[in-house]
Ligand binder design. Structure first.
Ligand SMILES: [Zn+2]
Ligand SMILES: [Zn+2]
Length: 398
């Protein structure tokens, strides 16, 4: 009797052999989450693991680590990135590997990204003799806040040896383990965080005519900002303007003299980004002067939009297809208005980014990213390690 089951691709078989080790790394990191720029223990664990594989390691951008695997022969250099930071969220999961740090949790799956990339490093280190070229492993701090990607690039992670292609992924709770989704073109939004300070004039609550009410001005500004997207942009052009914080006033019988608004503008196209910033200033200043308030506006340049390279996305899609089955490699139809600082790496070298299915489809809406009940399906970890490793092998032999 013959066995009709297809043999597993060798890299997948090897990844499944070290699944327990990858899962254990993930659980150790999950239990010891650290906020952005404070990933000291995580960074130490990563460095020690890479050194145990005889990789060269370098500290960059504070807690960041770059691992370098030099192949037996010279060639191109391919890089992979995992982010390491956790969030200021209390873990609610009653699991054995629950966070030991009160109020801090890996609620965005960066523990999974880090563990899967360490697994890929192990798979590739074992194949060093077959490699022509180098593989770099970027373990990045502070993705959730200002974006550690920029700091790593400034610290030279894309040079010496120069990176020819760069890849990354993020866990997706709405996609089951065993599936991934790739994206062509713009897949994450550009962001512009803003701060608006409204300066009015305090007076007795019974004498509003003697003051300038910063709260009323602020309320008009928030309402007017809702028309920026709906009335200044083409309806088929995606953008979001969110006021996420509104603070002002001191007590019930005083006309407030100051209000602070903070929020974010998210866009996909550069022209839309510029137009919205301009209309934002015009609208806020216009309402301020109509109400007699003095306005200070600060609009920062946040992350750029993420744009994947079509040829790199094609090859990732093909590699993942050999590991997961082509039917399990989806193509995202729409970009997200979320942001991802991996966009900075893609400004420096061609590459791509994929969504790693890691959710239980029955539970995903109960356990979204950045939620105290978030968790990942650990079956996804060796799959990600295998996809990274095979991507490196194929890229370096192309
Ligand atoms: Zn996040
Ligand atoms: Zn994340």
């Amino acid at each position: 009797m013959s066995d009709h089951r297809k043999p597993l691709p060798p890299i997948l078989a090897a990844a499944l052999e070290i699944k327990d080790e990858i899962v254990s790394l993930r659980r150790t990191i999950h239990q010891n989450p650290e906020l952005g720029k404070q990933e000291f223990q995580t960074s130490k664990l990563v460095e020690a693991y890479l050194q145990s594989l005889n990789l060269e390691t370098r500290h960059v951008a504070g807690t960041g680590i770059v691992g370098l695997l030099r192949g037996a022969r010279p060639g191109k250099t391919v890089a992979f990135r995992a982010d390491m930071d956790a969030l200021p969220i209390q873990e609610m999961n009653p699991v054995s590997y629950r966070s030991k740090n009160p109020g801090i949790m890996h609620a965005c799956g960066h523990d999974a990204h880090t563990a899967a990339l360490l697994g890929a490093a192990k798979l590739l280190a074992a194949r060093r003799e077959a490699l022509s070229g180098n593989v770099k492993f970027f373990f990045q701090p502070n993705e959730e806040q200002e974006g550690g990607a920029k700091d790593m690039i400034q610290a030279g992670c894309m040079e010496d040896p120069k990176v020819d292609a760069v890849f990354g992924c993020h866990v997706a709770p709405d996609l089951p383990a065993g599936k991934i989704a790739v994206s062509y073109g713009i897949c994450y939004a550009a962001s512009n965080p803003f701060l608006v300070e409204i300066h009015g004039k305090a007076s007795h609550g019974a004498e509003p005519h003697l003051g300038i009410d910063a709260i009323v001005a602020g309320a008009h500004i928030v309402a007017a900002l809702q028309t920026l997207v709906s009335r200044t942009l083409d309806p088929v052009e995606p953008a979001v303007v969110t006021v996420g914080s509104f603070h002002g006033g001191t007590c019930m019988n005083v006309i407030a003299d100051a209000v602070r608004l903070e929020g974010m503008i998210r866009t996909l196209e550069p022209a839309t980004r510029e137009r919205l910033k301009e209309k934002f200033r015009e609208t806020v200043q216009g309402i301020g002067s109509a109400m007699g308030a003095k306005i200070d506006i600060r609009i920062d340049e946040g992350f750029p939009a993420m744009i994947t390279d079509p040829a790199m996305t094609d090859s990732l899609k093909a590699v993942a297809g050999t590991i997961l089955g082509q039917e399990n490699v989806l193509v995202s139809k729409h970009p997200t208005m979320g942001t991802e600082d991996f966009a900075y790496f893609l400004q420096k070298a061609p590459g791509t980014f994929f969504q790693l299915g890691a959710g239980d489809p029955l539970n995903s809406f109960e356990r979204p990213l950045h939620n105290g009940y978030f968790d990942v399906d650990e079956h996804a970890l060796p799959l990600a390690a295998a996809i990274h490793a095979q991507t490196a092998l194929d890229f370096l032999s192309s």
